[in-house]
Design a protein around this ligand. Sequence first.
Ligand SMILES: Cc1cc2nc3c(=O)[nH]c(=O)nc-3n(C[C@H](O)[C@H](O)[C@H](O)COP(=O)(O)OP(=O)(O)OC[C@H]3O[C@@H](n4cnc5c(N)ncnc54)[C@H](O)[C@@H]3O)c2cc1C
Length: 395
Amino acid sequence: MTRPELLVIGGGPAGAALAALAADRGVRTLLLEKDRFPRDKVCGEFVSAEGCAVLERLGVFDTIVAAGAMPMDACLLADAQGRSVACALPDLPGAGKTALGVTRAVLDETLLRHAASRGVAVRERATATAPLFESGRVAGVVVRAAGAAGTDESVRATLVVAADGRRSMLQRALLPGLGDPRRTTARSWFGFKAHFPDRTGGLARRIELFVFPGGYAGLGPVEGGRLDLALIARVDALNACGGSPHRLFEERMLANPMLASRLCGEPPCSSWKTIGPLRFNVRRAASHGAFFLGDAAGTIDPFSGEGMSNALRGAELALPFVLDALSQGGLTEAGERAWSRSWRRAFAPVTRRARLFGRIFEHPQPAALAMSLLRLPHGARMLPSLVAATRTGVV
Ligand SMILES: Cc1cc2nc3c(=O)[nH]c(=O)nc-3n(C[C@H](O)[C@H](O)[C@H](O)COP(=O)(O)OP(=O)(O)OC[C@H]3O[C@@H](n4cnc5c(N)ncnc54)[C@H](O)[C@@H]3O)c2cc1C
């Protein structure tokens, strides 16, 4: 490929969606992805209705449904004692209420191949390792191809977008003051995921959240007759179980009779997959002439089930700013401010609210109080508002 106009780092939902949208508008786009797809990922694999609306607009929704994605239009919240409340998922304007359960192997692969089909040059197993600068602005990256030790290559473009997830190389290089997301602190979280055989027939189209001491888990149906169990736990809860996700699961989660009944005493049909440390916060959407998108700009608490939808929506939101920057030969400081304002308006409030709710439910006493309120006759009406409060509703 001749020098790309747009260089996108990361082929997750944010990067693949933006690359496809830009290529559709005639932009010469190169996408770098460090892994080879399809690949598994620690995730609840729940795509909310806003995200489904973006998948429709991108033209991949039918492919994902045909791959066996599972519909969900209700949710259930259960505390450690097995007390629970359930409600329909909120029906937000333009998005409806139906969410999908689909593995990241299928979703991310579909989005990446879609980008390639729209003309994006996709390079897998290519890791961006450092930014390249021209006049203090990011003008490209150093790329290392897997298995090719010592063959670093410089790739330059008019515009660089970092969609490389919550540990973004570019965020770390450009904004070290935001802290190193790879460092474990007392307040860090770790995430785990395993698939279980689904003996419930699709979990009655519900996404279920189970709170346990030191963390919480989401259980939802995905394609292939499986349930995805994704949990996050504070580092001290994990340490108390000798660092073993399996022990954490057995000792803290299976104590919940409702969750145990869903899993029917069967072992997982996959290995446990682990990630961490995790932190959930709003960071920066642009710096030094580079865009940040998806988790690279800010990471929402998985409690919301909105991370992928925000990544997809963020790509749509970014497109006009990207086209404008390209028309000006790069992202100007005024362009950075305008994009950052737009990103923050859309995603900062939901990210903060999701963390607040996560905080309430991670501590036994506030969680018990919240659950008691939600179980009052009028309380159940609060649950849909709580769910809606972590969703952008921008469709
Ligand atoms: C336990 C847990 C459960 C979750 N459950 C849900 C859920 O149910 N629903 C939901 O919507 N969200 C969920 N999320 C959040 C969701 O996973 C993220 O918000 C979403 O993946 C963000 O998409 P993204 O495209 O920004 O980043 P990512 O999906 O992380 O994609 C980034 C891509 O960049 C690549 N990359 C990274 N560094 C480089 C590099 N240097 N060079 C080249 N490529 C690179 C990575 O390989 C990756 O493919 C969960 C998160 C956790 C931790």
